[in-house]
Design a protein around this ligand. Structure first.
Ligand SMILES: Cc1ncc(COP(=O)(O)O)c(C=O)c1O
Length: 453
């Protein structure tokens, strides 16, 4: 359906049915009461709504559209695959050519010897699979009592019952407890939170000692894995880990036979200025999950990728196979779209573009900090940035700024008084200025509105 024009009566009906017939993910009744937003068209970093208004999307369509909206290369790949074979399941002993080619591509791009993939439909499922993979890995090796997972208090891994159990943020857990048993939480590790009077090295040592004590208290022989988002996401404003922390965690996991799982669903595929965030730290996990930008938003697909050492236990003979699966995991057309998406990232050097534009974003946000009293520090890397506002949280300044931007042609994600800038990797310098100028104008307007600063 390529229609872009509707009568007023049709628009009203679309909006009414949106509210009546659909429960949105992470629905907000407060926002819905102002009327639903209905989008009809996209191009590059921009989308258009039902009334023909254009918006710059500074959140890359929930961090998916790494190479922008509506890419003819992807359309062509999808059409060709649709005309050949739209779908055959990756089931029992069956594969398709795009699936195999995508697995090869992942092996080539991933750090270390990560390169054996299990394909699923979403980041949530990828994390569910990572947990199951770790548990069955130990079971196959004669340690079935290793069922617990260490996770971190500020992490987000999904809203499903397994990955939700290792998600630290309470809002996602509280209505659904008891969740999967065996989740053990340790403190968040944020370079920006080094306590006063403590060096960064001492802070890292303190965090690692906490983990080691937990392992000792619980018994290493009961712990299957440590799951973490090595760079936590937009919910907590992309806090970088303190120096040496990830290396220290890797060493602890190795010493205690615990599998290290990195959730790079949000940070993978170039957002941070490298293909994967863990490459900035030189640390490779035993299992990595990817989604979102992996497929560029074109068709859902995600993956749980592990090493030959882990995968080997599922290939030892009948009965040792990984007990997991779904109908559409590794969908043929989704693989074709994802290969085309990755092809664009490579041919247009988008990972490097993310690094370069990210440096520019950082320098402009630092300038804003000097010029506008309510602007606090910016945290992040590449094209994943969060700007903390220095205001009384009760005022709701972040949400006011978000709404100001929306009425001035820009979608901005905020989490309270954290403003997120995480655009597509195709961002040009002009678009970076468009986005930053809008945010700055909104900040100035907010200062006037609230009489602050
Ligand atoms: C770090 C992280 N892990 C997992 C997920 C879940 O992925 P999905 O929403 O595709 O199921 C998300 C989604 O926001 C995420 O940011």
């Amino acid at each position: 359906m390529s229609r872009t024009e509707w009568t007023d009566a049709e628009k009203a009906q679309l909006r009414e049915d949106a509210i009546d017939l659909i429960i949105p993910h992470f629905a907000s009744n407060a926002e819905l009461s102002k009327g639903p937003k209905v989008f009809v068209r996209g191009e590059g970093c921009f989308v258009w709504d039902l009334d023909g208004n254009r918006y710059f999307d500074s959140f890359a369509t929930l961090l998916t559209t790494v190479c922008g909206h509506v890419r003819p290369e992807v359309t062509q790949a999808v059409r060709e695959q649709m005309e050949l074979l739209e779908f055959f399941p990756n089931y029992v002993d069956a594969f398709t050519v795009p699936l195999i080619e995508l697995a090869r591509k992942l092996k080539q791009l991933m750090p270390g010897d990560l390169g054996v993939s299990f394909f699923v439909n979403s980041g949530s499922e990828a994390n569910e699979t990572a947990l199951k993979m770790a548990r069955q890995y130990h079971l196959e090796r004669g340690e079935p009592h290793r069922f617990k997972f260490i996770a971190r208090r500020d992490s987000y891994h999904a809203t499903t019952l397994g990955a939700g159990a290792v998600t630290g943020l309470r809002w996602f857990r509280e209505y659904f407890e008891p969740l999967m048993p065996g989740a053990l939480f340790v403190n968040a590790a944020r370079r920006r939170d080094v306590p006063e009077g403590m060096s960064e090295a001492d802070y890292t040592a303190h965090l690692l000692a906490e983990i080691e004590k937990l392992i000792g208290d619980e018994g290493a022989q009961t712990i299957a894995g440590f799951i973490m988002d090595p760079l936590p996401g937009s919910n907590t404003g992309y806090p970088l880990p303190p120096e040496g922390y990830l290396q220290g965690v890797r060493e602890l996991c190795d010493r205690h036979g615990i599998l290290l799982i990195f959730d790079e669903v949000q940070t993978g595929f170039g957002h941070t200025g490298k293909w994967f965030f863990c490459e900035h730290e030189g640390v490779t996990p035993d299992i990595m999950t990817v989604g979102k930008g992996f497929t560029g938003g074109f068709i859902p697909l995600a993956a749980t990728v592990t090493t030959p050492r882990v995968a080997e236990v599922f290939r030892r003979g009948p009965g040792t196979e990984l007990r997991s699966g779904s109908t559409y995991g590794g969908h043929t057309v989704a693989c074709a779209a994802t290969l085309a998406n990755i092809g664009i990232i490579e041919s247009e050097n988008l990972v490097e573009n993310a690094r370069l534009q990210g440096e520019y974003l950082k320098s402009r946000m630092d300038q804003m900090r000097e010029q506008h009293p309510i602007v606090g520090t910016a945290s992040g890397i590449g094209l994943l940035w969060a700007l903390q506002l220095d205001v009384d949280p009760k005022l709701g300044v972040g949400t006011w700024i978000r709404d100001w931007c929306y009425s001035h042609e820009m979608i901005l994600r905020n989490n309270g008084d954290i403003l997120v800038l995480a655009p597509s990797l195709v961002l040009t310098r002009d678009e970076a200025d468009f986005m930053l100028d809008h945010m700055e104008e909104a900040i100035v307007a907010a200062q006037e509105h609230y009489g602050v600063g």
